[in-house]
Design a protein around this ligand. Structure first.
Ligand code: ADP
Length: 625
């Protein structure tokens, strides 16, 4: 490409300089030829005039001779007459006996080869020299051809010329200019015939043209000038090319950005006609948006009932960048009919370098999809947290299950033993001769009650282990605490733990009873663990009302919370126990927070640990809903 541009510049230079130099040479050549032609014409005219003068002398002497003028008188006359004509060197009167020179001749005339006729003629001497004779009757006028042009030579521009005898190549006289012959570049020629009656001699005129006559300096200057011009043109071409490439790159980059943008972008001219629209714009407006489309005709904005009416005309013609009012809807008609989508965006004027309006650019964004995506994101996050919590609860229940094994066996053992003994008693009573049916009914009823209790314990155990989604309902906090105490009764008894309870009246909360019992169970089991080596182990359970709601406190007189775990009690897997998982408290806190409450723990001033579960108070009216 670069080579091509360089060749173009070179070609331009060659053409310009070639044409210019040729024109210069042609013009100078023409001028030289014209000057030469003028000089040659002057020479021809002067020579012709001189020839005529000679003929006039001849005619005058002939006339005098015919009138019978005497030789002496003729001689005197001639001496005066011939003074202005130096080329006429002698005049003779010839008779058949011989020729007699009249007056005082400049030169002695030579002899003629042949006799001349009586009529007018030109005679050439035998020696072929520069003298020749014009004759009429018996008068001869001798002309020296060398003197014909003597005066001319000095005044005329350098010209060479040769005078010939008619119809021959014999030169009468030749004059060669000395000027320029050595260094002549060329020679200009012209042939003419002298314009007289007696002497129509051919004359060849020539002029050497010196090398220095040509416009060398001008040509060199012109060539240099055109070289400079061509260089300038080449540089301009290069600069233009670079600018074009930069512009193209810029355009491609800008185009790419616009194409890739997820916002709808439409560029308009001053009359709101589309000049460029990206795919997002076509998709948003349900329109192919070919260039030239009046965007106002295919875009309908509508304000909602809550907004001020949308003034489309002033929006489209605004001289300043203008944003669409928040919550504005765009009406569009697709295959599925008309729909309204919420959009946000702006219209900005595009101005030229002088600040004049060149067009506008509209940028639109659908708000709906963005909001929907954010909502989905949030729901997704919440769902994951919920799943995580349920999974933690499940793990916690499984671990607790092992520890509860013994207690459960004991719990189930009691009703089962009772059922067996009630059954045996009923059988014994029936074996009596007069069975006391009332007692039998009582024994059977009692065994049914015990069987139900066993079933209840098993059901609770299954619920405990199973992952059940939370089901909030009005729940009595003191009842939940009692249920947990029942579950742990065996362990409490085994360790000889004293349990002190103090409950406020009907402490109602909205909670999932199973989850609530799990929290309390965790706290109770931790307290149990804590008081294992304490003399007079005591656990206090109290429910009281405070301004945040219901507060369940679980206190113990154990060693208190160990310093190394106190700062991250509620972080999963924080444990100070050999077989502990460290999930109980974290799970319990999560569950409590899920119910709108919280769980915290600290060491009591009097020793031991206090854990408090706070839950929002549920009013009686709300509970009855
Ligand atoms: P785990 O009981 O499996 O260790 P938890 O989350 O229930 O898991 O308890 C975490 C830790 O908190 C325990 O290991 C213990 O160090 C401390 N902790 C909990 N309750 C008490 C308490 N009543 N007295 C002293 N320390 C306690």
């Amino acid at each position: 490409m670069k080579r091509k541009r360089l060749s173009l510049a070179l070609l331009i230079w060659l053409l310009l300089s070639g044409v210019g130099v040729t024109a210069l040479f042609v013009s100078v050549g023409k001028h030289l030829a014209e000057t030469f032609n003028t000089d040659a014409r002057i020479l021809h005219r002067v020579l012709s005039q001189r020839m005529e003068q000679q003929e006039a002398v001849l005619n005058a002497v002939y006339a005098l001779e015919r009138q019978g003028t005497g030789t002496a008188a003729l001689g005197t006359y001639l001496n005066t007459l011939l003074r202005p004509y130096p080329q006429v060197v002698a005049v003779e009167r010839c008779t058949p006996l011989g020729c007699q020179v009249l007056g005082s001749p400049t030169e002695r005339p030579p002899r003629l080869a042949a006799a001349l006729s009586a009529a007018s003629a030109v005679g050439w001497p035998d020696d072929g020299g520069p003298l020749y004779a014009l004759s009429r009757g018996n008068v001869r006028v001798w002309v020296d051809a060398r003197r014909l042009t003597g005066a001319l030579d000095s005044e005329a521009a350098p010209l060479s010329y040769t005078l010939f005898r008619p119809q021959t190549d014999t030169a009468i006289v030749a004059h060669t200019t000395t000027e320029n012959w050595g260094s002549a570049s060329t020679t200009l020629h012209v042939e003419k015939i002298l314009g007289t009656a007696l002497q129509p001699f051919p004359i060849r005129i020539s002029r050497p043209v010196a090398w220095g006559s040509w416009p060398w300096l001008g040509s060199v200057l012109w060539t240099l000038l055109t070289a400079g011009l061509s260089l300038l043109v080449w540089q301009l071409l290069e600069a233009r090319r670079a600018a074009q490439r930069a512009l193209l790159d810029e355009r491609v980059r800008a185009g790419g950005v616009v194409e890739a943008a997820s916002e709808a972008i439409v560029a308009l001219d001053e009359d709101h006609r589309v000049t460029l629209a990206n795919p997002a714009a076509r998709a948003a407006l349900f329109h192919p948006l070919p260039p030239g489309t009046d965007l106002r005709a295919v875009t309908t904005f509508q304000a909602t009932l809550l907004q001020a009416p949308f003034d489309a005309a002033s929006f489209w013609d605004s001289p300043q960048p203008t944003s669409l009012p928040e919550g504005l809807t765009l009406l569009r008609t697709g295959a599925a009919g008309q729909e309204a989508v919420q959009v946000e965006g702006s219209l900005a004027p595009l101005r030229g370098a002088g600040g004049e309006l060149r067009g506008r650019v509209l940028i639109l964004r659908e708000v709906g999809p963005l909001q929907r995506r954010m909502l989905e994101h949030l729901e997704d996050g919440e769902r994951r947290v919920r799943e995580h919590e349920e999974m933690l609860a499940h793990v916690s229940r499984l671990s607790t299950l092992g520890e509860m094994g013994a207690g459960l066996a004991h719990e189930l053992n009691q009703p089962l033993t009772a059922i067996v003994s009630y059954g045996q008693a009923a059988a014994r009573l029936l074996d009596e001769p007069e069975p006391d049916l009332e007692r039998v009914r009582h024994a059977v009823g009692a065994s049914v009650t015990q069987a139900r209790r066993a079933a209840q314990i098993i059901t609770r155990l299954r619920q405990w282990v199973k992952r059940t989604p939370s089901q909030s309902r009005p729940t009595d906090l003191s009842q939940a605490t009692e249920n947990v105490l029942t579950l742990c009764r065996a362990d409490l008894n085994r360790l000889g733990v004293r349990v002190v309870t103090s409950y406020a009246d009907t402490p109602l909360v909205r909670a999932d009873p199973v989850q609530l019992e799990q929290i309390i169970l965790n706290l109770l089991r931790n307290a149990l663990d804590a008081v294992q080596d304490t003399p007079d182990p005591t656990i206090g359970l109290s429910i009281a009302l405070d301004k945040q709601g219901w507060i369940l406190s679980v206190r113990d007189n154990g060693p208190g919370i160990a310093a190394e775990v106190s700062t991250r009690l509620f972080t999963p897997f924080t444990t100070s126990k050999a077989g502990g998982l460290g999930l109980g408290l974290s799970l319990s806190q999560t569950l409590a927070q899920g119910m709108g409450g919280d769980l915290s723990g600290r060491n009591a001033d009097v020793g031991g640990a206090v854990f408090t579960l706070s839950l929002p108070r549920l009013m009686m009216e709300a509970a009855s809903d």
